[in-house]
Design a protein around this ligand. Structure first.
Ligand SMILES: [Zn+2]
Length: 125
């Protein structure tokens, strides 16, 4: 009985230490991520996400491009748009609906001027 207890205690201790190590490591990672996040926030100049949008059903699935960095707040219909080409980060090709709803993007004034209406309240489609 005593031996069994001892074994249990050793296993318990081992588990305790390995758990503690794992926790310490993940906390360290988390702290680093938080630091990075706040640094990004300080640099960001993007506009807040559109408060209103109404995308015609037949356009919602149109593919658009976004620059996946911290400051871009527009989507592009043309993948060779001058503004998109200035993107230093990676591109994303996604549906118009996702660009607006998930990424809070506005229409690019250069290549997607005609899409400004989706952000105008009361637009008819
Ligand atoms: Zn554009």
């Amino acid at each position: 009985m005593y031996k069994l207890l001892k074994v249990t205690a050793i296993i318990g201790l081992a588990t305790f230490f390995s758990c503690q190590k794992a926790t310490t490591e993940s906390e360290a990672t988390l702290t680093q991520e938080q630091t990075t996040a706040s640094a990004d926030t300080a640099q960001a100049q993007r506009r807040p996400a559109p408060t209103f949008h109404k995308i015609p059903t037949d356009m919602a699935k149109n593919r658009v491009y976004i620059c996946d960095d911290d400051v871009s707040d527009t989507f592009h219909q043309k993948n060779d748009c001058q503004l998109l080409l200035q993107c230093k980060a990676s591109f994303r090709n996604l549906t118009l609906l996702r660009a607006v709803e998930n990424y809070g993007r506005y229409n690019c004034e250069t290549c997607s001027k005609e899409l400004a209406f989706v952000f105008i309240e009361g637009n008819v489609n």
